[in-house]
Design a protein around this ligand. Structure first.
Ligand code: GTP
Ligand code: MG
Length: 196
């Protein structure tokens, strides 16, 4: 994938604020701090196109980035972090659900999971829920650099078993070493190449 341009387009909380539905979109979902924004930066070879932070809950809006004027990468706020004030967190679910269920140009959801954790009930329900909405799910296992090779393999198998049937096998990824970058791009390219 050759990146000619990567541009921030807009932030939104509700459908009326989304950009015109003219390009295919791939969304990035996952718990706070799992590495969604870092993954997008790694994909586009930029250090700070998307803001990342040690403090979970950094991304609080739906952010749209246009790549090569051909498709959009969409950074979603993370879920499940206690340090975000309740009133903020309560708004996230309807905001994210509205986007995931009503956006016609959405072609797939990259679900980020920390390689060190086995997906919890909520993550399994989320995968099933996306499946019911006909959304392809691409599990990307982040921060794989933090585990030894044998632990990575063990976690990989366990995560795969936990998630069950899925159209895509999980991809081991690291924003630090850039491992898995190419594999993620291949899936994105396939999904966005289809007709709108
Ligand atoms: P929210 O916006 O709060 O939902 O978080 P996020 O999912 O966008 O996470 P973000 O990309 O901001 O990363 C969170 C922290 O994890 C940062 O300190 C990153 O530097 C670190 N991080 C992200 N990916 C990796 C990785 O692959 N390896 C290592 N070692 N650290 C990572
Ligand atoms: Mg973020």
């Amino acid at each position: 994938m050759i990146i000619h341009s990567a541009k921030f387009v807009t932030s939104a909380t509700k459908p009326s604020q989304y950009p015109p539905a003219e390009l295919p979109e791939i969304a990035f979902a996952g718990r706070s701090n799992v590495g969604k924004s870092s993954l997008i930066n790694t994909l586009v070879n930029r250090k700070r196109l998307v803001r990342t932070s040690r403090t979970p809950g950094r991304t609080q809006l739906i952010n749209f980035f246009s790549i090569n004027d051909r498709f959009m990468l969409v950074d979603l706020p993370g879920y499940g972090y206690a340090k975000v004030p309740d009133r903020v967190r309560k708004k996230w679910r309807p905001m994210i659900e509205a986007y995931l269920t009503r956006r016609e140009v959405l072609k797939g959801v990259v679900l980020l999971l920390d390689t060190r954790r086995v997906p919890d009930e909520r993550e399994r329900l989320f995968v099933a829920w996306l499946g019911r909405h006909g959304q392809p799910v691409i599990p990307v296992l982040t921060k794989s650099d933090k585990l030894s090779k044998s632990s990575q393999n063990r976690q990989y198998r366990q995560i795969m078993d936990t998630l069950g049937v899925n159209p895509f096998a999980p991809i081991l990824f690291s924003a630090k070493t850039r491992r898995g970058r190419k594999a993620v791009w291949e899936v994105i390219e396939n999904l966005t190449r289809q007709q709108l």
